[in-house]
Write a protein that binds this ligand. Sequence first.
Ligand SMILES: Nc1ncnc2c1ncn2[C@@H]1O[C@H](COP(=O)(O)OP(=O)(O)OP(=O)(O)O)[C@@H](O)[C@H]1O
Ligand SMILES: [Mg+2]
Length: 235
Amino acid sequence: MGNDFISRVEDEEIVKLRKEFSANVSHELKTPLTSISGYAEIMKSGMVNREDMIVFSERIYKEASRMIALIDDIIKLSKLDEDSVEVEHEDVDLYELAGDIVERLAMSARKRSVCVELSGEPVVLYGVKQVLDEMIFNLCENAIKYNVPGGKVKLWVGQTPEGVKIIVEDTGIGIPKDQQERVFERFYRVDKSHSRETGGTGLGLSIVKHGAMLHHAQIKVDSEIGKGTKMEVIF
Ligand SMILES: Nc1ncnc2c1ncn2[C@@H]1O[C@H](COP(=O)(O)OP(=O)(O)OP(=O)(O)O)[C@@H](O)[C@H]1O
Ligand SMILES: [Mg+2]
């Protein structure tokens, strides 16, 4: 009985999220495309000098990259929506996966002078590897992106009395209390200008949230402005 109620609430929430999503997605795709179209229009006149040509091409390239990243995320989310991910369940060592993700993020951490540390213990979870990968990746990517130069990211993976746990803790800018729930909404960003500059689309945490739902996991957020953020996923 209790479980029934929970799943009905989740269904309603998913329907609501889907509606918001289609409205936002057109807007989010239109913005970079308008900019690409604008630069192309100027360039096709043939009156643009060599220097400007390089600058404009660079901007077109950046906006196009943004669109590709956005479409990739949308594809991931619609796959999660389809409930078709059931098939791919397997035993996944989360610690090993976390190590792999830390390596993949090493370059962007270095660029921002952020130090990433992994600790914990090998722990096996029966789940969808690709989705678990995206969850840990997005949490760590945020912890690096919304950090300060010289900041730290601590990633912990292991077994606890509460269950298998992933903890991502950063010394970054923090999330205002009244927005700590909203950041899991699709396209929601605390500081739109900062996110745009860092290339964010606001889909990362909704992928994390959907991934958690798929694995019947719980997400806990603890964050303080100017001090940092701690996110826990409990399976
Ligand atoms: N560790 C964090 N510290 C501070 N703010 C955060 C953190 N993680 C997320 N946020 C805030 O929550 C917003 C939503 O995060 P989310 O990962 O969904 O999107 P994004 O990082 O902007 O873009 P994307 O992940 O799609 O590239 C971010 O724009 C940022 O404002
Ligand atoms: Mg993100």
